[in-house]
Design a protein around this ligand. Structure first.
Ligand SMILES: Cc1cc2nc3c(=O)[nH]c(=O)nc-3n(C[C@H](O)[C@H](O)[C@H](O)COP(=O)(O)OP(=O)(O)OC[C@H]3O[C@@H](n4cnc5c(N)ncnc54)[C@H](O)[C@@H]3O)c2cc1C
Length: 321
């Protein structure tokens, strides 16, 4: 092997090692945007030098590049990208915004956005940042059940905080690019295949869970549906639109909202256990979306129940990867 090929291999190897180190979950959580840029740049470096390292690697680098180009340009930049405007409303708790896209404002056939309940989109708001896109669950039902696409966005430290800061006055409209839909039908199938559907949300997890409760009611009016929403402060109930909870209750969905400020959190292990063990039905499907600890509690409880022979299905939706 010539000296250059050996050196190229060394650079490619180092770049892959660096990629692996900078992809560690804790680093991603702390510096997500930096992680993303490092990942893209060093992936290109690694693949570029791998190409020159050995002739037999060139076909694989070529195929990988081809797939990447098709994904990025054809799929994400053309087929899945929608240019629109959105209305941003800062909600009463002051740290959450509702982003609303009026689906009736679609200019052409190509701009009519379709999605399935439970899906998420990547949202770019050029007025806040042209280079960042962030995933958010669609908190409203797909057309024709809703004329708007709604997102409930909690302020963190980066894009979301700047979004709220950019809209701290009255409702404002900003240009937006949405890329999607993405997601799976696991949650809908798990709930649909069960006699009792249990939806558990922690905080902004309601964005992923609320439309599922509505969807289940639309699909099967007789199904027993239970929604448990745990929030820290009562004002956070205004993340949903005024009638949203009542709409569910009017449809015989059993909705319980726990406000935990100043009181002990409800024990989800007991709640899930009781719903499964004391429930009349022989199969229970559970979808949970919320903080890691909440998901862990539900998962461990379901594992114990499965071990005891109960027919329980579980899908956990996490706001992160
Ligand atoms: C499938 C999915 C659905 C989501 N749905 C919602 C929702 O409906 N409402 C809501 O408030 N939040 C949702 N989130 C989380 C939301 O994407 C992040 O809170 C947001 O990207 C934070 O951006 P930031 O720049 O303000 O965050 P930062 O303050 O920079 O980071 C806060 C946290 O968000 C993570 N994060 C930052 N950027 C991204 C990104 N582009 N992709 C994934 N994670 C990122 C970081 O790792 C960190 O853990 C969802 C996440 C995923 C993966």
């Amino acid at each position: 092997m010539r000296h250059f090929e050996f050196a190229a291999g060394l650079v490619a190897w180092s770049a892959f090692i660096f990629l692996a180190i900078t992809s560690i979950r804790e680093l991603r959580a702390l510096f997500y945007e930096l992680f993303l840029y490092i990942h893209i740049v060093f992936q290109a470096v690694a693949m570029g030098f791998l190409f020159f390292h050995h002739a037999s690697a060139q076909i694989y680098v070529g195929i990988a590049l081809g797939i990447w180009i098709i994904d990025r340009i054809v799929y994400r930049c053309y087929l899945k990208r929608f240019y629109t405007t959105c209305k941003i409303t800062v909600l009463p708790d002051g740290t959450t915004a509702r982003v609303t896209i009026d689906l009736r404002s679609a200019i052409s056939e190509k701009d009519i956005v379709q999605w399935k309940t439970g899906d998420h989109f990547f949202l770019t708001i050029p007025a806040v940042s042209s280079f960042q896109n962030h995933p958010f669950s669609v908190a409203s039902l797909p057309p024709p059940h809703s004329a708007t696409m709604d997102f409930i966005i909690r302020s963190q430290e980066g894009f979301s905080k700047r979004l709220l800061r950019a809209s701290d006055s009255d409702d404002i409209s900003l240009a937006a690019i949405i890329d999607g839909p993405y997601g799976s039908s696991h949650a809908v199938s798990c709930l649909e295949d069960s006699a009792t559907a249990v939806l558990i949300a922690g905080g902004s997890g309601i964005a992923a869970v609320y439309p599922l409760a509505r969807e289940m009611k639309l699909r099967e009016d007789t199904k027993r549906i239970i929604l448990v929403w745990i929030i820290h402060e009562g004002v956070q109930q205004e993340w949903l639109k005024p009638d949203d909870i009542q709409t569910l209750r009017d449809a015989n969905v059993e909705v319980t909202v726990y406000v935990t400020k100043g009181v002990a959190r409800p024990d989800l292990r007991d709640i899930v256990q009781d719903l499964v063990v004391d429930g009349d039905d022989d199969s229970v499907g559970i979808v949970v979306c919320g903080p890691d600890g909440m998901i862990r509690d539900v998962r461990n409880t379901v594992a114990r129940l499965l071990w005891k022979g109960y027919n329980v299905g579980l899908v956990s939706e996490k706001y992160g990867w």
